[in-house]
Design a protein around this ligand. Structure first.
Ligand code: SF4
Length: 255
């Protein structure tokens, strides 16, 4: 019998790696290393194929860390999602995985060929403290040139998108640079107090803090979120078939 705790499952996410090229003060995950473990693209693609036999998956997302440190794994995942008919195939990237102009254009084409149809480029006052904006703008332009359906800058706002603190003012300037090359913006997200954000930006959360929007109710899993080490639903896709992990899952541990 289908597992009742996953009856609303309609989305798959992969944290491709926790390695990152950024060192953001607002990062909810804390500090990152420049290189590290990453998801096995073949195992991840097999998961996509198996889960869509059981559930009507409407969207898939890859993110990190910086997922494009491992573009082959990312592309295997998205190609599998396209082949099984998942309609929304997104990636969130900070847009900085190399300084090599040829490689930047190549990865943009790879993403388009793999069927990615929505790229969210994280850029704002915080990311650009450690990530060069000119490289990210170049990558965004290459994504458009490659023919990706939707490319948007995805800012992190402090307090709210309407607040006029110094970071948000700078973020608006950065968004305008993307708009100048034909890239629009998403609503972005409001920074919540976890990891580095709690450590370095605590003063902005004194009058109430936004909740982490990514928390899933463990008794009503809507998103399968797979970690770089293959762990999901209390097991690992490297040790066990995902269909078995789904069958066994319970909010109190495996059934
Ligand atoms: S916020 Fe994103 S780009 Fe910045 S350090 Fe964290 S994972 Fe990297």
């Amino acid at each position: 019998m289908a597992n009742p705790y996953l009856k609303h499952l309609d989305r798959i996410e992969f944290v491709v790696t926790y390695a990152c090229t950024g060192g953001c003060r607002h990062c909810s995950e804390g500090d990152h290393t420049a290189a590290g473990a990453h998801i096995d693209g073949n195992a991840a693609a097999a998961l996509v194929e198996r889960v869509t036999r059981l559930y009507d998956i409407k969207s898939l997302m890859t993110f990190g860390g910086e997922p494009l440190l491992y573009p082959d794994a990312v592309c295997k995942i998205h190609a599998a999602a396209r082949d099984v008919g998942i309609p929304k195939r997104q990636i969130i990237t900070n847009g900085f995985f190399t300084r090599d102009a040829y490689k930047i254009a190549e990865v943009a084409r790879m993403l388009c060929d793999a069927g990615v149809n929505d790229v969210l480029v994280s850029a704002d006052a915080f990311h650009q403290e450690t990530i060069p904006l000119d490289i990210v703008l170049r990558f965004a332009a290459e994504l458009l040139r490659a023919g990706i359906e939707r490319v948007r800058v995805h800012p992190a706002w402090l307090v709210s998108a309407d607040d006029d603190n110094e970071y948000n003012v700078k973020t608006r300037e950065i968004i305008a640079r993307f708009n100048d090359i034909g890239v629009g913006e998403s609503d972005g997200n409001v920074i919540f107090p976890e990891g580095n954000a709690l450590k370095y930006l605590g003063e902005y959360f004194k009058d109430g803090a936004p909740e982490n929007p990514y928390d899933d109710d463990p008794s009503d899993i809507r998103t399968l979120c797979v970690e770089p080490d293959g762990s999901v639903l209390g097991g690992s896709i490297y040790e066990c078939d995902i269909t078995e992990l789904i069958e066994r899952y319970s909010p109190n541990g495996q059934r």
